[in-house]
Structures are given as structure tokens and as C-alpha cells.
Write a protein that binds this ligand. Structure first.
Ligand SMILES: Nc1ncnc2c1ncn2[C@@H]1O[C@H](COP(=O)(O)OP(=O)(O)O)[C@@H](O)[C@H]1O
Ligand SMILES: [Mg+2]
Length: 387
């Protein structure tokens, strides 16, 4: 692919925070970004050079986007495949409809992962209630997950008995699901990878992820696993990108079991929340890397400057109004990122901060202390309001 020169337009489907950080990275390299999003005040739309206020499936908007742009990407994983196919008739599309489709369906995703030789949690496909009659009892207690449109723990239910599984399946509308055995996890990790149109591929350092209420809470980098485990996870992620013939940035989430086994959990066909540390922590961010792929440029170095700990800021931290950011900013190696969302709701991703340090453990302690201070302020003022 001939490199796309700065000044060209890049298109983005979706207006959320991933799109915002992509837009900023592309703009800092001299590209112009046009966002398609139906909302009027989106995090990405408000920083983009242009904003087409349209639905992602609006054929006129897609044709305009495709004609204007050298390349188009998407920031969310449930982008309709038809939209990407239509765009591909006009311009470079990264990632392609076919590679996104695998990650959009947990059933296809699990079969694909097994096909490239990666272990997954033991599971059964549940397409109708009767599939639960023949359920292998060793899968319980388990987690029932909708095959499509689940994220941040939504569309999932923990079930201990066949009766609970049946009730959860009905409650989720009888849509196709997978029932996974609930595993005893030692650790969760993820790897972000970029693969270019010339087949160049680079992984980022492994992130160790802690979740709260199904949502990513803290990522610690480098993950505290052996060098061999880290290499195995990076190699596995390259295999996923190559087997999908993927062009762009993707993330694979893994479980590490108590016995040290590495199992693949899911694929996100885009930059990922667990890769936000790369903005401040690495020579090249996951968002710059996405822009480089789209523009046919060589990939940037993914090496880490030093230990980095990323903490998500959910709307809960706004319970008492705008937090006092001095708690973050008074630490000279803490980097604050806010997404420009005007309404803070519990569980809504409003921003994140990344603390850089020399020692992983000390960096994590500081990052968690900063978060605890923000949480305490939010709790104290809400408690005072109730009293
Ligand atoms: N089979 C499992 N065993 C134990 N914990 C699990 C299992 N599957 C998911 N989880 C937990 O639930 C979280 C969310 O599940 P995941 O499949 O990643 O869905 P989402 O699309 O919501 O991120 C995981 O990060 C993990 O903490
Ligand atoms: Mg997940």
C-alpha cells in the first residue's frame, strides 16, 4: 500500500473515547479526521475536524465518508459488517468486515480460537432451552454469556444449577449463548497487537488487568508473569492477528489459571481499554499504531518506557460533582485523561489516569492510593448529603 500523506482525511465510525484518542493521535501526525456518529456531543466528534451526524448505516453518510477519506476505521466492535463492506468499495478499511465478524460472535470466536490452537474455557453452545437438558454437569457453576452484543460484563449471568441456567437463558431473551465453566483465575492479562498491510506485526507489552463489577478497573504493566508466559501470550496474539488476516489494532484477553495455563477469553477488534497505558507508557500508543496501519506507514516501537499503571475513572467518582483533580495532578508522573463527557453516570467510562514509575509494585500502590482518595471524596460528600 502506498503511504497516505499527512493532510489526508481519515474516517472513524463511532464517537466514543476510543475514537477520541485515535483522533488526537492521527491529528498530531497531521491527518484530518471525520467522525460519523448520530449524537451531537460525542467525545470524538468534539475533537474531530469534521463530524457527520448520521447513523452508522446511513448509506449517504457512508458513501460521503468513503469518497472523502483515504482510510476508515471504527472504534466499537459491534459496527455493522454491511457498513464496513460498503466503505471498502471506496477506500481502505481497517479492520475488514470479515475479521470483525469473528469477534462479534462468541460462538464463532471460541471456535476460531480453538482452530488456531489456543485453549479457551470449556463451554457449550446454547441456542435453545433444550440444549440445557443435555448440559455437561462439569460446566456448572458457569457463566452464561450472550453470543452477541455483550461488553463490560453485560449480557452475562452466573449460574450454579441447570434451573438457574434455564432461567437466565430465558431472561436474556432466548438468544444464542455460550455457557462457560467458571474458572479459578490466577490472573487476567491482555495483549494489544498491530498488523499492517505489508504484514508487519508488533505486539505491545502484556497488561495485567483487574476488573470491578465486570468493568476493567486497573491495568498493571508489565504484567507480573514469567518471561516465557509473556512471550507465549504475545506469540498467541500474533497468531490470532495473522489467522484473521487482520489489518489494524486488536486486543486479545487471556486468563491465566492457578496451574499456569494460558486460555484465550475474547478478541476485541480495535484498540482496547487495557491498552490505554500505551499513550504515556510506550514509545508508540495503540492509537498512533492504528493511524500508522491505516496510512500504510511502518509501525512504531512498542517498547515500554518503564512500569505503568492505568486506572479507569468511572462516573461513580463524580458522585459529589467534578472530582478535585489535584489528587492526580500533584503527582508529577501521573497523567490525567478525561473524555469530555458531560454527563457522569455510575459505570460510565469518563476518563483514566496512568501513573509511570520505576518499580511496578510502588507504581501500583501510588495509583491505587490516588484512586482511593478520589473515591473517598466522592463517598464523603454523598454521605454528607444523605446526613
Ligand atoms: N469462564 C470464566 N471464569 C471465570 N471468570 C470469568 C469467566 N468468563 C468471564 N469471567 C470474568 O468476567 C469478566 C468479563 O467477561 P468477558 O468474557 O471478558 O466479557 P466482556 O465482554 O463483558 O468483557 C472477565 O474479565 C472475567 O473477570
Ligand atoms: Mg472482556
Amino acid at each position: 500500500m502506498k503511504p497516505v500523506a499527512p493532510g489526508a482525511w481519515l474516517g472513524l465510525l463511532g464517537g466514543g473515547q476510543l475514537g477520541r484518542m485515535f483522533t488526537m493521535a492521527a491529528q498530531s501526525m497531521g491527518y484530518r479526521v471525520v467522525v460519523v456518529d448520530p449524537g451531537s456531543h460525542s467525545p470524538a466528534g468534539s475533537v474531530a475536524d469534521d463530524h457527520l451526524r448520521a447513523d452508522y448505516l446511513d448509506p449517504d453518510a457512508l458513501d460521503e465518508l468513503g469518497r472523502r477519506c483515504a482510510a476508515v476505521t471504527t472504534e466499537f466492535e459491534n459496527v455493522p459488517a454491511e457498513a464496513l463492506r460498503r466503505l471498502a468499495t471506496h477506500c481502505v478499511v481497517s479492520p475488514s468486515a470479515d475479521s470483525v465478524a469473528v469477534a462479534q460472535d462468541r460462538i464463532r470466536e471460541k471456535r476460531f480460537l480453538a482452530g488456531v490452537g489456543l485453549g479457551t474455557a470449556p463451554f457449550a453452545v446454547i441456542e435453545q432451552s433444550a440444549d440445557l437438558d443435555a448440559l455437561d454437569p462439569s460446566l456448572l457453576p458457569g457463566i452464561l454469556k450472550r453470543a452477541r452484543f455483550g461488553y463490560d460484563g453485560k449480557g452475562q449471568a452466573r449460574v450454579a444449577t441447570p434451573a438457574q441456567a434455564r432461567a437466565a437463558f430465558e431472561a436474556m431473551g432466548g438468544e444464542p449463548c455460550v455457557l462457560e465453566q467458571k474458572l479459578d483465575l490466577a490472573l487476567e492479562i491482555s495483549v494489544v497487537v498491530a498488523r499492517g498491510f505489508d504484514d508487519e506485526v508488533r505486539t505491545f507489552p502484556v497488561a495485567e488487568n483487574a476488573h470491578a463489577h465486570g468493568i476493567l478497573d486497573v491495568s498493571v504493566v508489565p504484567a507480573r508473569i514469567s518471561a516465557a508466559q509473556a512471550q507465549a501470550a504475545r506469540d498467541a496474539t500474533v497468531r490470532v492477528a495473522e489467522a484473521l488476516d487482520y489489518r489494524g489494532v486488536l486486543c486479545v484477553e487471556y486468563f491465566i489459571l492457578q496451574d499456569g495455563r494460558l486460555l484465550a477469553n475474547e478478541i476485541a477488534p480495535r484498540p482496547h481499554n487495557s491498552g490505554h497505558y500505551t499513550i504515556d507508557g510506550c514509545f508508540t500508543s495503540q492509537f498512533e499504531q492504528q493511524a500508522r496501519v491505516m496510512c500504510g506507514l511502518p509501525l512504531g516501537d512498542t517498547a515500554l518506557h518503564g512500569p505503568a499503571v492505568m486506572v479507569n475513572l468511572l462516573g461513580d467518582v463524580w458522585a459529589a460533582g467534578e472530582p478535585d483533580w489535584i489528587h492526580v495532578l500533584r503527582h508529577p508522573r501521573a497523567k490525567l485523561h478525561l473524555y469530555g463527557k458531560t454527563e457522569a453516570r455510575p459505570g460510565r467510562k469518563m476518563g483514566h489516569f496512568t501513573v509511570l514509575g520505576d518499580d511496578v509494585a510502588a507504581t501500583e500502590v501510588l495509583a491505587r492510593a490516588i484512586k482511593a482518595r478520589l473515591d473517598a471524596d466522592a463517598a464523603a460528600v454523598s454521605a454528607a448529603r444523605i446526613a
